[in-house]
Design a protein. Structure first.
Length: 123
């Protein structure tokens, strides 16, 4: 698990890490998480393709998505938002933002119960 995943767990989130984009999509559609933290540079399928597919699927269209990536160019950020990211953070995270995604609007939205879904407390 990455340090970001560790920080999210310490903040009370349950984290599932995957090795590549294909595995990520399979798990995403099978488990329906409350929040997706997505790197753009994944083996197999890039993060922009995954963003587009998640947003095109009615069951996951409203899923909060935070892009967390080393790609920091303005064009990358614009593409991330155009493809449906709710927030875009670049690595390495600054200490003020590294305390987890609690301050992110997308994470706050993920913590709220959504219609047809029960909230899942961290274990």
């Amino acid at each position: 698990m990455t340090s970001s995943g560790y920080n999210l767990e310490r903040a009370g989130f349950r984290v599932t890490a995957v090795a590549d984009g294909e595995e990520g999509l399979r798990r995403l559609f099978a488990s329906r998480p409350d929040l997706l933290v997505l790197d753009l540079m994944l083996p197999g399928r890039n993060g922009l393709e995954i963003l587009r597919e998640v947003r095109d699927e009615p069951a996951t269209r409203d899923l909060p998505i935070i892009v967390l990536t080393a790609r920091s160019a303005e064009m990358d950020k614009l593409l991330g938002f155009e493809h449906g990211a709710d927030d875009y953070l670049t690595k390495p995270l600054q200490p003020a933002r590294a305390g987890g995604a609690r301050a992110s609007p997308a994470a706050a939205r993920a913590a709220q119960p959504r219609r047809g879904r029960r909230s899942r407390p961290a274990s």
